[in-house]
Each structure stands twice: as structure tokens, then as C-alpha cells.
Ligand binder design. Structure first.
Ligand code: SF4
Length: 256
């Protein structure tokens, strides 16, 4: 019996996930990928011994590009993920697909069960809708505390952040000190365009989250993520009920 996860989904329709693979785009992506690989190799040379360099994989399109770059080049970079317990079914399906495709078992961190139970007893199962403070409290329990454990003892972490993703991400650098977590943060895809990300995924047949085809450019927890309309900011589907300038979960907020 085929035990792979099968989900019923609408037919793919988001054109952003299928850019026309022109010669110019192929050349741009090839150059971008080479630069990102070199950047990662330099990071390994500087931080890569004894598991001091880690990539936080949240399984978005950018993170799948990085996953492919790291695993195909067999770079000694630890890859970890956070399972908040509220992820969409499509993300769990992708996790299984990644494990099969690359022949790896992923290192996944879970929230502290007692802290989640306490939050839910106090604020309700969906308390995060009630205020920015309660939303950040939920992200704190389900994401920030596990992230702190994942980053403990690390000297640098790698993310798939791109500057063009939202108003909260302009002004980022390829490399910056993450004062909140006390280590270097490396953003190898900083200057990539959305087109280049999808061109890489298509050119190298990289697995990706099926929700991207349904107009979810940015995917987090199921209750806090929705599809966006054409022309909306790519982060508009995350915590859509909040002001855009407050919409980070804390994972990538600079303390400066
Ligand atoms: S994204 Fe939503 S469900 Fe997920 S941890 Fe944050 S508030 Fe909680």
C-alpha cells in the first residue's frame, strides 16, 4: 500500500510559482545560486565546525531553495525546523516529501507541552486572535522558546529572508548580528526576487508547499495564514488582522 500523504487540493493556479524560464532568468538564477553556495561555503569555513552553524528551515519557497543548496552540496550545516503544533497539513506533507527526496530525517523542535497547555487554559485555543499581545504570547510559546533551544550553543544561523518580502524586512543585510538571540544571522537569499526563487524551484525540481499554488506566498501556522489577492504585499496573508508594521513573530525582529 502506498502510505505517502495525499491531500485534496484545488488545481494549481498561482502564476507567480511558474515564471517563464527565459534564458535571462536561467542565467540570473544560475549566478544567484553560485553566489549563495559560495556564501554558504564561506559560512561553513567560518562557523561550520562542531555544529555551530544552523539553518532554520520553515519550508517556505525560499527555505526550500536553501535546503536544496545545502543538501545537494553536502554542506555540514545543521538544518532544523520548528513544529508549532498548528502547521497546515500541506506543510507536514512537505516535511515528509523532503525527508524522502533527500534521504534525511529532519531535526524538529516542538514547544514545551506544559507552556502550551497553560496558554490555552488561560487564553483559549485561538486566543492569539484577541490582541497583538496574545498573538505574540502564542508565538513566544510555540516558536520563540523552541528557537532559543535550537540556537543554543550556535555561533550563526541561516535564514531564507528576502529584503523584498515585507516592510519589516527592508534594511536587512546579508550578514548581521542578531542581538535578540546573541549570534550572527546570515541571509544568503537577501537580494533574490520572487521570480528567481521560483525559477530555481522549477529548474531543479525542488519540492515545495502546495499552498504556494493557492496564493499563499508566505506560510506559517494554519490559523494565522491566509491566501492573498493579486497585487497584495507577499506578507499580507500572515496575521492579516494586524497592522503591517507589527507583523513579525519575533523570530526575525531586530532588537536594535
Ligand atoms: S503564528 Fe499564530 S498559531 Fe502560530 S505560534 Fe504565532 S500566534 Fe500561535
Amino acid at each position: 500500500m502506498n502510505a505517502s500523504v495525499s491531500l485534496l487540493r484545488p488545481a494549481p493556479s498561482n502564476p507567480a510559482t511558474r515564471p517563464e524560464l527565459t534564458e535571462a532568468l536561467r542565467a540570473a538564477v544560475t549566478a544567484r545560486a553560485e553566489a549563495a553556495r559560495n556564501f554558504l561555503r564561506e559560512a561553513v569555513a567560518e562557523f561550520g565546525t562542531a555544529g555551530e552553524l544552523a539553518f532554520a528551515n520553515s519550508f517556505g519557497a525560499e527555505d526550500m531553495v536553501l535546503t536544496d543548496l545545502i543538501l545537494q552540496a553536502e554542506l555540514p550545516i545543521e538544518i532544523f525546523s520548528l513544529d508549532t503544533g498548528r502547521l497546515p497539513a500541506e506543510t507536514y506533507a512537505l516535511i515528509g516529501e523532503v525527508e524522502k527526496r533527500y534521504g534525511v530525517k529532519l531535526k524538529i523542535y516542538f514547544p514545551d507541552a506544559g507552556a502550551v497547555e497553560q496558554y490555552v487554559r488561560t487564553h483559549g485555543i485561538n486566543g492569539f486572535y484577541d490582541s497583538v499581545e496574545l498573538r505574540k504570547g502564542c508565538c513566544g510559546v510555540r516558536k520563540m522558546e523552541p528557537l532559543r533551544r535550537a540556537l543554543a550553543g550556535k555561533k550563526a544561523w541561516i535564514t531564507g529572508l528576502r529584503a523584498a518580502q515585507s516592510v519589516t524586512r527592508t534594511g536587512m543585510a546579508l550578514r548581521e548580528f542578531d542581538e535578540g538571540n546573541g549570534l550572527e544571522k546570515l541571509n544568503p537569499l537577501l537580494d533574490w526576487s520572487e521570480n528567481e526563487v521560483w525559477a530555481y524551484i522549477r529548474l531543479f525540481d525542488v519540492p515545495y508547499n502546495a499552498l504556494h499554488d493557492q496564493f499563499y506566498p508566505s506560510i506559517g501556522c494554519a490559523p494565522c495564514t491566509r491566501a492573498i489577492a493579486v497585487g497584495e504585499d507577499v506578507r499580507a496573508g500572515r496575521w492579516w488582522w494586524e497592522d503591517p508594521t507589527t507583523k513579525e513573530c519575533g523570530l526575525h525582529v531586530s532588537e536594535r
